[in-house]
Write a protein that binds this ligand. Structure first.
Ligand code: SF4
Ligand code: SF4
Length: 122
């Protein structure tokens, strides 16, 4: 089964992705590539592109709703790691639903996770 996020990417093109500056400071163990960030305030950075009027993270590769993935997946900020797709772990995710609806995509349902639900993978 292709993971639904790999046909989506909506949340990476909807929210302002803000996080503490230390996440992009290698001397403090940060892994986010600093060149992909910009300053939001004295304490926070954002992923470039995500505070635009039509947000799209600079690290997002592909086309939203068709084929998309994070170009810095292993180095993505903590806030990205916290977003869960609806129903992957048995509960809805308001962030996921909101982003998908904004991009004209249907919200995920338990049927999108046939391996978890035990249904046949068509
Ligand atoms: S978490 Fe939801 S909105 Fe984000 S890429 Fe996955 S399916 Fe799309
Ligand atoms: S860093 Fe990756 S996961 Fe986070 S918003 Fe950008 S493309 Fe999405």
């Amino acid at each position: 089964m292709l993971h639904p996020c790999l046909r989506c990417g909506a949340c990476c093109a909807y929210f302002r992705v803000a996080f503490h500056w230390s996440e992009a400071d290698a001397s403090l163990g940060g892994v986010v590539p600093p060149e992909l960030t910009e300053t939001l305030d004295p304490h926070r950075l954002v992923m470039r592109g995500t505070q635009a009027s039509k947000p799209r993270c600079v690290a997002l590769q592909g086309t939203v709703g068709e084929a998309a993935h994070c170009g810095v997946y292993e180095q993505r900020p903590s806030v990205c790691r916290e977003v869960q797709p609806s129903w992957e772990f048995g509960v809805i995710s308001l962030q996921c639903d909101k982003a998908r609806v904004a991009h004209g995509l249907p919200v995920l349902t338990p049927a999108d996770w046939p391996e978890a639900s035990g249904a046949d993978a068509a």
